[in-house]
Ligand binder design. Structure first.
Ligand code: ATP
Ligand code: MG
Length: 174
């Protein structure tokens, strides 16, 4: 799967609608402290279904909505749209939106879907919110310090074969 485009609106520090094109290959995010590099990676994880406050560096679900500054009022929703093409070249557009007091909702190619459907779509493409293809700050040191078995696990996940082990264990237990 290749992520092609990312659109953010009201997500964390991305208060104004922003659109990014992501080219094939390795993408690095650089910029001064506090400019929103980590927020960008979190937006990709969030649209893929991430809810863990630790991964999102937030206390509650609604903390991803632009909270306002001295100059700007807060927003009442956050939205992230991820446009990707799968390995067969099929387009997929996933939208996640959260409104204050109304929870979050997902759409795939314009149709309302459940969170579970989004998780499955990314799992089948061997990617998702916990994909080792998304390397956050500190993760590089973790890869270097990992024991050989842990590093092998990371590589297997990156290669998209981790799911096969899950299915094998499942089959063996039957
Ligand atoms: P560093 O180089 O220090 O890692 P960074 O580029 O990764 O910085 P981020 O952590 O992505 O920066 O962005 C931090 C900024 O995002 C802070 O200024 C913080 O106030 C802002 N921010 C985070 N959540 C929100 C929110 N809900 N509303 C408004 N601003 C937010
Ligand atoms: Mg950061």
């Amino acid at each position: 799967m290749q992520i092609r485009r990312l659109k953010l609106s009201g997500f964390k520090s991305f208060v104004e609608p922003a659109e990014l094109r992501i080219e094939p290959g390795l993408t690095g995010v650089v910029g001064p402290n506090g400019c929103g590099k980590s927020n960008l990676l979190e937006a990709i994880r969030w649209v893929m279904g991430e809810n863990s406050p630790k991964s999102m560096r937030s206390g509650g679900m609604e903390d991803v909505i632009f909270a306002g500054t001295a100059q700007r009022p807060p927003r009442d929703f956050a939205e992230v749209v991820l446009h990707a093409t799968d390995d067969s070249g099929e387009d997929m557009e996933v939208t996640r939106r959260i409104e204050r007091g109304a929870g979050s909702a997902y759409r795939v190619n314009g149709k309302d879907v459940r969170a579970k459907d989004v998780a499955l779509a990314f799992a089948d493409a061997a990617t998702g919110a916990h994909s080792p293809a998304l390397v956050s700050q500190g993760k590089i040191a973790q890869v270097i310090a990992a024991k050989p078995t842990e590093r092998r696990q990371m590589l297997e996940e990156a290669a998209g074969i981790a799911g096969l082990h899950v299915r094998r264990r499942d089959a063996e237990s039957k």
